[in-house]
Design a protein around this ligand. Structure first.
Ligand code: ZN
Length: 322
């Protein structure tokens, strides 16, 4: 079964809008699919293209079985040109590839160009596509994907019809996928986050740093252990750890108020429970200090030093009982 739409979670309103345009034969033109990364824009775009190219539609839906549907599902359809960044940008040669594809005479009456991460088009690339985006030839649909409206050059933006993609409501994800509730809440409706939270590596990372945090708050000696001093040197890891700690503080405060729902760190439950036993004034102080620490790290301060300062500040706050 290769019906792509059935694999997309959410975005039903946009599919409805697309179907209406398709019925009225109003797909010639340039579109911008905009919304946070990881919420399914690209999947939806492929599904919409499949629907438009299906030769044996069931009602308004793609059949998923005809040759056309299969080729779209395999990303091998002769009427679809897909572009994604090579390295950190979409280069002008790739724009030339698009223009060449659109000039080919041998194609069917409908053709699609799909540009992923269109905000990474450099200026020459964008400029060489301006005219095509403004006025695509009959039967041509260009779809640009981008994380935000402002990430697209205004000259391009003004030429596009915009489809706004929203994070998928958690209820819809809950129905479509079997995932732990904490991961669902922490994903914020983004599938990339959801998937990353489900890997053993990420779970191990979170457990390890949650344990360090609780230990560290109980004893500054933790900072003198080589293992942790080494780990703290990795700024990227520490940034993610800080994010986790802030969420733990938030959850610990929620737990103190008897709030069990919408916790984001239930995977590190043992450590979270320990934190929830601390006075809420102290937790609030820790939260504030963590935010300060986040800022300091973005100014490239030494992480171990910052953590030591954090500990001293907490000690002197007078709320310390842990
Ligand atoms: Zn089909």
């Amino acid at each position: 079964m290769a019906q792509l739409k059935s694999q997309v979670v959410g975005h039903q309103k946009l599919f409805h809008q697309w179907t209406q345009l398709l019925q009225r034969e109003q797909l010639t033109g340039s579109f911008l699919f905009v919304g946070a990364s990881g919420i399914g824009k690209r999947k939806a775009a492929w599904a919409m293209i499949q629907q438009a190219l299906c030769t044996q539609k069931k009602g308004e839906e793609a059949c998923g079985e005809c040759g056309s549907c299969r080729r779209v599902a395999a990303h091998q359809h002769e009427s679809v040109w897909f572009v994604e960044p090579e390295g950190s940008q979409i280069k002008v040669e790739q724009a030339h590839g698009i223009l060449h594809f659109l000039q080919l005479k041998s194609m069917g009456s409908k053709r699609f160009v799909l540009v992923d991460e269109a905000h990474l088009m450099n200026t020459p690339t964008a400029n060489s596509l301006l005219k095509t985006l403004e006025e695509p030839s009959e039967g041509t649909t260009l779809i640009l994907l981008a994380p935000s409206l402002t990430s697209i050059l205004p000259t391009i933006r003004s030429r596009l019809r915009v489809f706004h993609f929203q994070p998928v409501p958690l209820d819809e994800i809950r129905q479509a996928r079997t995932v732990p509730e904490w991961a669902l809440e922490a994903s914020l409706g983004r599938f990339d986050l959801l998937d990353s939270l489900s890997t053993p590596e990420v779970r191990q990372f979170r457990t390890q740093w949650a344990e360090f945090f609780v230990q560290f708050l109980s004893s500054p000696q933790t900072l003198t252990e080589d293992k942790w001093r080494e780990s703290l040197k990795n700024k990227e890891d520490l940034k993610q750890a800080l994010d986790l700690w802030l969420k733990m503080v938030r959850d610990a405060l929620f737990l103190q108020q008897g709030e069990q729902k919408s916790l984001l760190t239930l995977d590190v439950n043992p450590q979270l429970k320990k934190m929830a036993e601390w006075p809420s004034v102290l937790l609030q102080k820790i939260g504030q200090d963590l935010i300060t620490l986040q800022k300091e790290l973005s100014f490239n301060k030494d992480a171990v030093l910052s953590m030591e300062t954090l500990y001293i500040q907490l000690q002197s706050s007078g709320e310390w009982t842990a």
